[in-house]
Write a protein that binds this ligand. Structure first.
Ligand SMILES: O=C(O)c1ccccc1NCC(=O)[C@H](O)[C@H](O)COP(=O)(O)O
Length: 261
């Protein structure tokens, strides 16, 4: 079993248990449930830099990245840096994240927040809204077209943006639908962990112009972004490059300043 299959198998158990502990009716009572969404797609369209900065403590491909910084400091730093949005990993077992991280980020910043999660069930979309997300991630590699349709339509009904992630042309073809706002090309193969921005370049022409294009993973230089912009990319999801430093917010400030020059 590859790591992605393991993550999804664990996620199915986690979601089944969570539904028994916190029913949907309780999630819907969250004060954040009626909060209007702050669109990441619009922020990216209007930005010349397009950085989506991620909070990521650890990952299957890099055991420990940063266990020391507080999510509030990171959210504050990314906001000061002028990031278009912040991605918050909420998976506990493989990434050391939590829904509390999302809540604390929400309490700290008004910039669009992406719930970075392995979403396989409508319950997790409702949970994302209840904990303050503005955007959900759907990963084409683990969902059928029918699941992508129903999960993305639910998200839209809750005023959440949808970032759909693909890694190859088959995943892209099955995912094109009007309830998707942004198409993210993951430069990391989630089964082998190989990373190459060439993947974003190769898939770019197959992405229809009505979707905001986002390049995800393995981005650590200004040059990589300058290389990807001519392919139509407006968003750049960066995790490890910021989080591996002592003060991720300061690294984001320097990076975004340099990108603007
Ligand atoms: O990062 C991993 O090792 C990973 C492994 C398996 C599934 C997902 C994984 N990462 C999630 C992400 O999409 C990245 O955190 C995100 O794109 C940022 O990537 P990076 O800038 O390379 O940290």
């Amino acid at each position: 079993m590859n790591i992605l299959d393991k993550i999804i198998a664990d996620k199915r158990i986690e979601v089944r248990l969570k539904k028994e502990i916190i029913p949907v009716s309780q999630l819907e009572q969250s004060v954040l449930f009626d909060r209007p969404g702050n669109s990441l797609a619009i922020a990216l369209k209007n930005s010349s830099t397009g950085i989506i900065a991620e909070h990521k403590r650890r990952s299957p491909s890099k055991a420990v990245i940063n266990q020391k910084v507080s999510v509030q400091d990171v959210a504050n730093g990314y906001t000061i840096a002028g990031a278009c949005g912040m991605s918050v990993l909420t998976d506990g077992k493989y990434f050391g994240g939590s829904l509390d991280d999302l809540l604390l980020a929400r309490a700290t910043t008004d910039i669009p927040l992406l719930r970075k999660e392995f979403i396989i069930d409508p319950y997790q979309v409702i949970e994302a809204k209840a904990y303050g997300a503005d955007v959900i991630l759907l990963i084409a590699a683990v969902l059928t077209r029918e699941e992508i349709t129903s999960l993305s339509q639910l998200a839209k009904s809750l005023d959440l943006d949808v970032l759909l992630e693909v890694h190859n042309s088959e995943e892209l073809e099955k995912s094109i639908m009007p309830s998707i706002d942004m198409l993210g090309v993951n430069n990391r193969n989630l089964k082998t962990f190989d990373v190459s921005i060439q993947v974003s370049k190769e898939l770019s022409t197959a992405i229809p112009d009505d979707f905001v294009k986002v390049s995800e993973s393995g981005i650590s230089t200004i040059e990589a972004i300058k290389e990807l912009q001519p392919y139509g990319y407006k968003g750049f999801l960066i995790g490890e490059n910021f989080m591996k430093t002592e003060v991720p917010g300061d690294s984001a400030v320097n990076f975004i300043n340099e990108l603007q020059q």
